[in-house]
Design a protein around this ligand. Structure first.
Ligand SMILES: Nc1ncnc2c1ncn2[C@@H]1O[C@H](COP(=O)(O)OP(=O)(O)OP(=O)(O)O)[C@@H](O)[C@H]1O
Length: 296
């Protein structure tokens, strides 16, 4: 299990402080959203994680070691940046073969990866003709060549259509469920809300908040209960939870998990037609932390 530890990381460019004494950890087995408005310092931080940019002070360890001390870094960390450069005449297949060779990774993984990211059907097409979404997918496949434990993805959702976003979300969830450490930087909060387990929020290079999304976003989210037996169920649930009825057959319940609500309804012979757990609002959390409007 390989986590990422950022310790007192600072980067200045002349008079600009891009990253300012930043400390946080990214744990394995979770998707961590790295959030901040444009220019907050996200890309600079991720680039320092993999030695693309030298810190002014502080540092980053991955599984307890600095990137440069990892014997085979691309087998441990896969990174993908927003503006990936592909040779326009190379096909997706060429691109991955070349990067596999450069990284010392088995070329046999190329077809499997093309399939995994949904590019098998266009493997022979030149990347010059690729859409942004296809580039993002190829970028991800490139990051995965070394089967790394840690994935650092800078704005992987940029340019994806809604279908592509749905795919990306389940793809990232799958990687985290395999026990990998998945850090995804984004300024598009809505996109991250449905996937992030943890969040790290920065502004002007400084940490504003970090931790599990559910903990950071305050009171427990409600469970929405669709029921034709609203009045009776409401009376029973109100003994243990806070219940609001909307008058249209839906109850909003705080203080009880969905399973407990279903059990109580069953015990009393009441009908439940739907149970939905609300996700905490990342946008609300973000606005609380940053005190500003975003373009999400
Ligand atoms: N090479 C550089 N030289 C000078 N300033 C830089 C350099 N790289 C980044 N910066 C500055 O550092 C700050 C942080 O930039 P960075 O790209 O890390 O932010 P970001 O959060 O990734 O933003 P975005 O969401 O727009 O990509 C910005 O003010 C940027 O102008």
């Amino acid at each position: 299990m390989t986590g990422v530890e950022v310790r007192d990381l600072t980067k200045t460019y002349g008079r600009v402080t891009a990253v300012d004494h930043l400390s946080f950890t990214v744990r394995p087995g979770a998707v961590t959203a790295f959030l901040g408005p444009n220019g907050a310092g996200k890309t600079t931080t991720v680039r320092m994680m993999i030695d693309h940019v030298a810190p002014t002070s502080g540092g980053v360890t991955i599984g307890g070691r600095r990137y440069r001390d990892l014997p085979r870094p691309t087998r441990v960390v896969g990174a993908a940046f927003d503006v990936a450069s592909f040779h326009p005449r190379h096909t997706a297949w060429d691109h991955l073969r070349i990067y596999a060779t450069m990284g010392g990774h088995p070329g046999g993984r190329v077809p499997e990866l093309l399939d995994l990211v949904g590019l098998a059907g266009v493997a022979g097409r030149r990347t010059g003709a690729f859409s942004t979404g296809m580039r993002q997918r190829l970028n991800l496949a490139t990051a995965l060549l070394g089967d790394p434990q840690v994935l650092l993805l800078d704005e992987p959702g940029n340019g994806l259509d809604p279908e592509g976003m749905t795919w990306l979300r389940s793809f990232l969830r799958g990687l985290a469920d395999e026990g990998r450490t998945v850090l995804v930087s984004s300024h598009a909060l809505g996109e991250m809300q449905q996937i992030a387990d943890d969040v790290v929020v920065i502004r002007q290079g400084r940490l504003l908040g970090a931790g599990p999304l559910r903990e950071l976003s305050g009171p427990a989210p409600a469970v929405l209960v669709r029921t034709p037996d609203g009045a009776a169920l409401s009376r029973i649930l109100a003994r243990q939870a806070r219940v609001e009825a909307d008058g249209a057959g839906e109850l909003r319940v705080r203080g009880l998990e969905a399973a407990a609500i279903a059990d109580l309804a069953a015990t009393h012979g009441l009908r439940v037609h739907g149970l939905t757990s609300e996700r905490p609002s990342l946008e609300r959390l973000f606005l609380d932390l940053t005190g500003e409007r975003t373009n999400a």
